[in-house]
Design a protein around this ligand. Structure first.
Ligand SMILES: [Zn+2]
Length: 213
């Protein structure tokens, strides 16, 4: 299943981030020998990853991403809270060190049904971010454009997760995905020295998990 969102000029982006711009700079309809496009994208466009460098001054950039953070078994966890992911709800899920976890919230499909930026998306509370850091999960994925809320502790959430060495996948569309174990493949662009990059992300449902799930 492809859980990446389409990149196009009208898509929602974080307020203040560069708007995506896809342009044909050569066009066969205008007599050129080939079609050729230019993509102008913020590093955090659509489905993308955050590296520690996003909020940690000397943190690792995305080109130092270890592939085992983004390829392997992952848990899709359904979140019931309509406001935010909270430690109390996470405590029910027996998270273990090294797990890759993707949170399916009310954002899928609500936030992806519009090209407008949705301000009141479900986010990871700073307390839940601390909880995930203590549990030493490997990777965290969320189904809207940021792990942190809009004007609601977003920096604290990022710092807690990235400071713990947790790699972040943002902007997943998990509408069609059932909670449980799956195989994750997430491949961000290998841009050097940057704190984020768009990624293609696919999931394949698994019959059996690794460990308790
Ligand atoms: Zn980001």
């Amino acid at each position: 299943m492809d859980v990446s969102v389409p990149i196009h000029n009208a898509m929602a982006h974080w307020p203040g981030d560069p708007a995506p711009l896809i342009e044909r700079v050569l066009d066969m309809n205008q007599g050129k020998g080939c079609n050729l496009s230019r993509l102008t994208l913020g590093a955090h466009t659509g489905t993308h990853m955050d590296a520690p460098l996003h909020f940690i001054r000397d943190g690792a950039p995305l080109d130092r991403l270890p592939l085992d953070a983004v390829v392997g078994p992952a848990r899709v966890i359904a979140i019931e809270d309509r406001e935010s992911v909270k430690p109390q709800e996470l405590a029910r899920h027996a998270l273990r060190p090294g797990q890759r976890v993707l949170f399916k919230t009310a954002n899928s499909p609500r936030c992806w049904e519009t090209d407008q930026f949705v301000e009141d998306f479900v986010f990871i509370s700073p307390e839940a971010a601390e909880y995930l850091a203590k549990r030493r999960v490997r990777t965290v994925g969320v189904d809207y454009l940021s792990v942190g809320g809009f004007k609601r502790g977003g920096a604290e959430t990022h710092r807690a997760l990235l400071g713990a060495g947790i790699w972040l996948i943002e902007g997943l569309d998990l509408t069609e995905v059932k909670p449980g174990w799956c195989d994750l493949v997430c491949l961000p662009l290998k841009a050097v020295g940057v704190e984020g990059a768009p990624a293609r992300v696919i999931l394949r449902p698994r019959k059996r998990g690794i460990g308790r799930g």
